[in-house]
Design a protein around this ligand. Structure first.
Ligand code: FES
Length: 789
């Protein structure tokens, strides 16, 4: 046994953290081949996420990593956390199997997934052009044609195994076409692919190992023959032809051994993962019927629904890394050579990153941040082609067979630490109800989607206006419920939603009662409840000098009508660890403050609300504040000569208090100035509106960025934002407002001077020069920025 396979706590005087009270979870004997993990890896690791997010399994000889942030930390440092063990057999080969492989001259070596820096990034840069979004758009017609041909074959049958009928062969054909590999021996490739997956990530018995070794050996030889065939066509199309040409041009960067290993690995990577992910997607959506019906009614929801399926039930559930030096991860010491099993399926359900992570919600606005494609330098290069295929499968089936149901069946999964998907997905429907029997146009009414991660703007649920009331002059309160009577998602104090109607979309804070808060310091707990999911309440101020949205809502919203709603999202979190809270609201800024006050009252924390406005008649919720918050509430009405003396309030701030403020920009600026000498994290605020953030190509300067985690270099030209440039390079970045207001596109900056143009960061945060909003901020004077991306 070497030092990396021993329990690191053996022999230490301190109490072993792994044997603390942990219910039925047994970290020492955790095994990824146990039934609980095989059935549901995220649930199997729930205890670990909440109590012991990095632990050593003696039984596996691996360190298991279960939280989102820790998994991302591992992915973002390919030097400290080497990818060299990714393709190692997790179940060691028997001597007999090794002999069989030798007989085939099997020599699987380095590929893009298991190679270290700097060779990996040098090669990846040379080979990634084919995967860029602009070069993938042309593939849609081919995927659509193949999908339609397959659906035509079974649409009148009334029953099919979707994997046999569609989800295996189409991804394989797409992969072969993309690679430029001949399509002659599809059945053989299927056997080979399964053998390669079981060989690497599965648990074959001694006897199975022999058969699998023969299949893997034959696959190796078959890959070699294809390469020879392809070398004879120097101008052939497809990524493998491109790789072979680069092998000739740059043999040091793309050596022969790499071409052979890659040919074998990419055939599996390019289709097996998409097939399994698509199978998981149909199983998940058909067991969440409401989501399925929403997609059938509104196909614009499909891109986000695909991401949510990848988050909730992705096909890659865990990946591996090995430390190249002693280090610590979330406070746990790891020796050099420690083997890590990083469980993306667990990170994808982590409540610290995904609110209500165990819920399946196709309207989730940060779902594309899932880890199923990995992250950083080794992120899946084929992610956008996989997305394209899954979207087309879903769009074609939901349009042509919306009445599809899952058939009664037992789902069977091949044991694997890392790949997950059922072997069959049987579905049934009544062909007489097929929409195209009464409307032949249905087949042609395809919906196209842009390549890349989904845009938050496309994700909206339907809600009904339940009540409208005048709260004050020019302020209406609006109560909304789900249009189909379902529960709305939980939300926490400070959250907002976006209303979409009449061509306008505007964000409003939620101000109903009894919301709950999830806080930055809450990271050691997944405990949060909410009882306010039947209705949302918000208040809309009619802005005289606005762009027309609030005016439109005042003029057109009526009880009973339906609207679209995005969110909720929360970028104004309440930290529930403070000793005291000073809540300051100016004008309509009372809305998030009211939700915070209600919550603080509920949990028994000391707080005081200071609410300032121009005139009593223009101030919303005063009566409710007086009734519900009594001595904790002070009102300042300018027309009666009462002004909030902010300097005085800050001077008298109780010890260890936090300030939460929402109001006009002027008020926030004054608070920022007054709190400059207070400890960091004393002031949290939200503006009504940002400064001018729009791109003016005539005045802009181009600048370069280096993406440290992905190893890419990009130029942001004068007609682009940094966000545009990142998206064109295939980097997934969350975005929402795209004008510097919401904070969703924040990126970390390791080096280079930033010109901040957002309304999100505080003055101190700007001065720190470590974060920027990619949708609007730029480099100062054309400087180069190094980003942690
Ligand atoms: Fe909202 Fe950039 S997308 S700040």
């Amino acid at each position: 046994m070497d030092d990396t396979s021993q329990c690191p706590f053996s022999g230490q005087a301190s109490k072993c953290p792994i044997t603390n009270d942990n219910g039925s979870f047994d970290p020492k004997h955790f095994n990824a081949f146990d039934t609980s993990y095989q059935l549901d890896p995220a649930s199997a690791l729930r205890w670990s996420r909440d109590n012991l997010p990095v632990f050593y399994s003696e039984e596996m000889g691996y360190w298991i990593v279960s939280r989102y942030d820790d998994i991302k930390t591992v992915f973002r440092d390919p030097i400290l956390f080497s990818a060299r063990n990714v393709l190692q057999k997790i179940t060691p080969a028997t001597p007999e199997a090794i002999q069989v492989l030798k007989g085939y001259d099997y020599g699987m070596d380095r590929t893009l997934v298991n190679e270290d820096e700097p060779a990996h990034m040098e090669r990846r840069r040379v080979l990634m052009d084919h995967f860029l979004p602009e070069n993938l758009a042309g593939k849609e017609a081919m995927i659509r044609r193949l999908t339609q041909e397959k659906v035509d074959q079974f649409i009148d049958s009334g029953r099919v195994d979707l994997i046999e009928g569609l989800l295996y062969e189409v991804p394989l054909l797409v992969a072969l076409h993309f690679l430029g590999v001949p399509e002659d021996e599809i059945a053989k490739l299927r056997t080979f692919s399964v053998a390669h997956s079981i060989n690497t990530w599965g648990k074959p018995t001694k006897e199975q190992q022999i058969d699998i070794a023969h299949d893997v050996g034959q696959f190796w030889q078959y890959a070699g023959k294809i390469i020879e065939k392809m070398r004879a066509e120097p101008n052939g199309k497809g990524w493998m032809h491109h790789t072979i040409r680069k092998n000739k041009e740059l043999p040091d960067v793309v050596p022969d051994s790499y071409v052979h290993s890659m040919m074998m690995a990419i055939i599996v990577a390019a289709h097996e993962t998409t097939s399994l992910a698509s199978a998981n997607m149909f199983r998940t959506l058909l067991t969440h019927r409401e989501a399925w019906e929403d997609i059938c009614a509104d196909p614009s929801l499909i891109p986000n629904a695909v991401e949510e399926c990848l988050r909730y039930a992705g096909s890659i559930v865990a990946w591996r890394r090995e430390t190249t030096a002693p280090t610590t991860l979330n406070g746990v010491q790891l020796p050099k050579g420690a083997k890590l099993l990083i469980v993306q399926a667990s990170g994808n359900r982590d409540e610290r990153h995904f609110e209500n992570g165990d819920d399946f919600d196709i309207y989730r606005d940060n779902t594309a941040e899932h880890l199923t494609f990995g992250y950083g330098a080794h992120q899946c290069m084929g992610k956008n082609i996989a997305r394209m295929e899954m979207r087309i499968f879903l769009e074609e089936i939901s349009r042509r067979i919306p009445h599809l149901q899952l058939a009664d069946q037992d789902f069977v999964y091949t044991p694997s630490t890392s790949f997950r998907g059922p072997e069959a997905v049987w579905v049934e429907w009544d062909p007489a109800q097929n929409p195209e029997r009464t409307n032949s146009q249905i087949k042609e009414q395809v919906v196209h989607f842009a390549v890349g991660a989904p845009q938050t703007q496309d994700v909206a649920r339907r809600v009904k206006v339940v009540a409208i009331e005048k709260e004050a002059d020019n302020i209406l309160s609006v109560v909304l419920s789900d249009a189909r009577g379902r529960a709305l998602p939980n939300w926490s104090a400070g959250a907002h939603v976006e209303i979409v109607s009449g061509g306008f979309n505007r964000k409003y804070s939620l101000c109903g009662k009894s919301s709950t808060s999830r806080t930055s310091s809450d990271h050691n707990s997944s405990d949060h409840t909410n009882d306010n999911t039947s209705h949302y309440k918000l208040a809309i101020l009619k802005e005289k000098n606005g762009k027309g949205g609030s005016q439109y809502f005042h003029d057109h919203l009526r009880e009973g009508m339906t609207l679209k709603l995005r969110g909720p999202s929360n970028r104004f979190h309440l930290d529930k660890t403070a000793a005291h809270y000073m809540l300051i609201a100016g004008d309509i800024g009372i809305t998030p403050i009211l939700a915070m006050a209600d919550y603080l009252k509920d949990i028994g924390k000391p707080y005081h609300i200071h609410y300032a406005g121009k005139a009593f008649s223009k101030m919303a919720f005063v009566k409710r504040l007086e009734t519900d918050h009594q001595e904790q509430f002070t009102l300042y009405v300018k027309s009666t000569g009462q002004r909030a003396d902010l300097a005085h309030l800050i001077e008298n701030l109780p010890q260890d208090a936090q300030i939460y403020a929402c109001g006009p920009e002027r008020m926030i600026e004054e608070l920022v100035m007054l709190t400059e000498d207070l400890p960091e994290d004393s002031l949290f605020y939200e503006y009504f509106s940002g400064t001018d953030t729009l791109l003016d190509p005539e005045k802009e300067q181009a600048f370069d960025v280096e993406l440290m985690d992905s190893g890419l270099q990009l130029t942001v030209n004068h007609t682009q934002t940094l966000l545009d440039a990142l998206e064109s390079a295939g980097i997934d970045i969350a975005s929402d407002c795209r004008e510097g207001l919401c904070g969703s596109c924040e990126v970390l900056v390791a080096n280079g001077k930033i010109e901040h143009r957002d309304a999100v960061l505080t003055r101190a945060e700007r001065a720190a020069n470590t974060r920027m909003m990619a949708c609007c901020s730029r480099a100062q004077n054309g400087a180069t920025l190094k980003l942690s991306l």
